[in-house]
Design a protein around this ligand. Structure first.
Ligand code: 0X9
Ligand code: ZN
Ligand code: ZN
Length: 305
């Protein structure tokens, strides 16, 4: 059964999405943006007060990398908090009155399912091609942003394989198509990973600073201090290339170059004690502190629009 303080299976998440949508009083709708390689439906949850005028939006995905289980747990937590605090929490209420939030709870569903059933440390998609017996590409090396130029591998057996072409992974193409289609309304792109406690922004495919570097850094530092205010958890902010490592083909750089200015990658808890195997006892504190950072960025991206 589904629980916010456990790492849920894909089957439990599917049932949870339906029941949350049904009980949301119209605050949340779901939309399938395509299927994964193995045929699972990629479902985006749209949360926001219905409006007759066009609202600005935020897009957030979780679970690009299969083994980073705290990430889908956060997207589920966010949905719960949004639906249960709308109408009582003034920040959440004005956020959802003024904006829509698109949440993709699990990006790499085939990989996530594989980590539950076969190999807990799997990272990539599960696509196959004739000519190689190795499976999958790294979805966060497969976006069309300096594709495969650095920090990525052209070897299909590598964990950072960039794929055969940009958007060769159907999951990447489905998300890129959705963001391109909604580009005029999407003001922020948030992608949730683990681990290392970092708040990264473009660029990672080059050492050049983004045109909006100073503003992106200021917002990241504001979000990090909001996060730290709850339990003292320390995050480091900065451009991907110098803060973690140079790596091309990532979703954050791609969204930014498309024109989504507030583009951020979160690397959630911890700093390596448990790594990807973060105990379930840390789901609640991790999600609660991360909510503060996400709400901070959302409020900033949606200000006086
Ligand atoms: O390497 C990655 O894709 C991310 N780190 S992880 O440990 N979750 O795999 C960092 C992504 C930073 N952004 C880009 N490289 N574009
Ligand atoms: Zn379960
Ligand atoms: Zn990751």
């Amino acid at each position: 059964a589904h629980s916010y303080t456990k790492y849920n299976t894909w089957t439990d998440i599917v049932a949870w999405m339906s029941s949350m949508t049904s009980s949301s009083s119209g605050l949340m709708t779901k939309q399938v943006i395509g299927n994964t390689y193995e045929g699972r439906a990629m479902t985006v949850l749209k949360i926001g007060k219905a409006s007759s005028s066009t609202k600005p939006a935020i897009f957030m995905d979780c679970g690009i990398h299969a083994r980073e289980w705290i990430s889908p747990a956060f997207c589920q937590w966010f949905v719960k908090e949004a639906l249960s605090t709308y109408g009582t929490d003034s920040q959440m209420t004005s956020l959802l009155d003024q904006m829509d939030v698109y949440v993709l709870p699990v990006f790499n569903i085939d990989g996530y399912d594989f980590t539950h059933k076969s190999n807990r440390m799997w990272r990539k998609t599960r696509s196959r091609r004739s000519g190689s017996s190795c499976i999958g590409a790294d979805p966060n090396r497969n976006f069309d942003a300096g594709w495969c130029s650095m920090g990525a591998s052209s070897n299909p057996c590598s964990d950072t394989f960039c794929g055969y072409t940009p958007e060769s992974e159907i999951e990447v193409k489905n998300v890129a198509d959705f963001i391109r289609r909604n580009k005029s309304t999407i003001k922020a792109y948030l992608t949730i990973h683990s681990y290392s406690q970092l708040l990264l922004f473009p660029y990672s495919y080059t050492y050049d600073l983004a045109a909006d570097h100073n503003e992106l850094m200021k917002v990241a530092e504001g979000a990090s201090s909001a996060l730290r205010s709850l339990y003292g958890t320390r995050y480091t902010s900065g451009p991907g290339a110098t803060t973690i490592y140079p790596a091309a083909g990532g979703s954050d750089d791609w969204a930014y170059d498309l024109g989504v200015k507030y583009s951020y990658t979160f690397e959630l808890r911890d700093t390596g004690r448990y790594g990807f195997l973060l105990p379930e006892s840390q789901i609640k504190p991790t999600c609660e502190e991360t909510m503060l950072a996400v709400k901070y960025i959302a409020a900033y991206a949606g200000r006086v629009v």
